[in-house]
Design a binder for this molecule. Structure first.
Ligand code: SAM
Length: 356
């Protein structure tokens, strides 16, 4: 038995979020602590790995916001969940090439996996002014531009199912006779779901998924936004609906696998219900700039114009690769509409780039 099975055996039942937290982030067993994740030959691929043009578009967005703020002398860029540091590496490199951008900038990285922090330190060792922070609330000075790609989809979630008229929490238990872990639905008091009624229509939903730490994060991000004209841009897969869905899945080698059999060796993810983000930011008096498809955002930022410039300077094979990569990023049948861009800023901020 591994340490997670031992724990379930001892406790008899643990909640799904606890199970996912250990399966993804435990130092000895966690997927994000022990596996080589990000690459074409890994288990899944994220936009910055497809082409650096994705990060270039984010750099242009960052510079546009800096211009909107009337070019402050110093800013911070905070990335949440930087993976192996690929995206921020590309962003730093492209910011250095944009001649109009002459601000001093400090990069803050917030990463839960200690082993990924090591990878990030190695991959980013040529850059100065990078600070790894466990507590983003400590960022107090200068306008802070917060960015994230596939951050919330890596959060442990709670799941609730309505069976007949009674709500049950999804849990994991150990079945002695087969010596395996199994799903176990624990009946709960229907009133305990009231706290989710801000985000979901509890009467009409039959499933509710809730990322446990999301409210803390959005509250912290809101404070940073309010403090010094901050802004937040995030990309993720998800939906906006008050009717909850069962979207939990385990991914290995780009395919969906059986979570309970493969959990030591696969990513565990879900579709983020963006209503949760929008609702908490709204409560915090933060403006929702918009939610648009990745395709819309990248085209508005000029991905095609940038591709035309690059293609003029490179050989035919590299150009073919670039066109294929851009297709993957923006084609609605690929990542173009599955992935959404969302942005949030101060109530009085009129910045809209990428969203109209
Ligand atoms: C799906 S990966 C995306 C990585 C990277 N952004 C990319 O696009 O390649 C999720 C990242 O978020 C990190 N992460 C998840 N939850 C976190 C949390 N609560 N605090 C900090 N980092 C977290 C993971 O360790 C991982 O680096």
């Amino acid at each position: 038995m591994n340490l997670l099975e031992k724990l379930i055996y001892k406790k008899k039942v643990i909640t799904l979020d606890k199970f996912i937290d250990i399966a993804l982030y435990n130092k000895q067993l966690g997927y994000y602590q022990t596996k080589k994740i990000f690459s074409r030959d890994g288990d899944f691929i994220t936009s910055p790995f497809i082409s650096s043009i994705f990060s270039e578009m984010i750099s242009i967005w960052i510079v546009s916001y800096w211009i909107y703020l009337k070019k402050p002398k110093q800013i911070n860029i905070l990335e949440l969940g930087p993976g192996n540091g690929f995206m921020i590496n590309q962003i730093i490199n492209s910011l250095k090439k944009i001649k109009t951008f002459d601000a001093k900038f400090t990069i803050y990285l917030h990463e839960k996996s200690e082993s990924l922090v090591k990878v990030q330190k190695k991959n980013l060792n040529i850059f100065k002014n990078i600070i790894w922070t466990k507590n983003i609330n400590k960022i107090k000075q200068y306008p802070t531009i917060i960015i994230a790609n596939e951050f919330f989809d890596a959060f442990p979630i709670k799941q609730f199912f309505k069976i007949n008229t009674k709500w049950h929490e999804q849990c994991i238990s150990f079945k002695n006779n087969i010596k395996r872990i199994i799903y176990y639905k624990n009946k709960i008091n229907n009133n305990s779901l009231k706290k989710y009624s801000k985000f979901f229509n509890i009467n009409k939903s039959r499933v509710i998924e809730y990322p446990v730490k999301i409210e803390n994060y959005i509250n912290s991000i809101s404070k940073i936004i309010k403090k010094n004209n901050g802004i937040f841009l995030t990309f993720d897969y998800g939906y906006s609906d008050s009717i909850g869905k069962n979207t939990l899945r385990a991914i290995k080698k780009h395919k969906i696998v059986n979570l309970l059999k493969e959990y030591t060796d696969c990513d565990i993810t879900f579709d983020v219900n963006f209503n949760i983000l929008k609702n908490i930011f709204k409560k915090n008096n933060i403006r929702h700039i918009g939610t648009v498809s990745q395709n819309f955002f990248l085209q508005k930022l000029g991905i095609m114009e940038r591709a035309t410039q690059i293609i003029k300077k490179q050989n035919v094979n590299d150009s073919k690769d670039l066109i294929l990569s851009i297709n993957k990023l923006i084609n609605p049948k690929e990542m173009g509409s599955t992935f959404q861009a969302l942005a949030f800023c101060n109530k009085d901020c009129k910045f809209n780039i990428g969203f109209i």
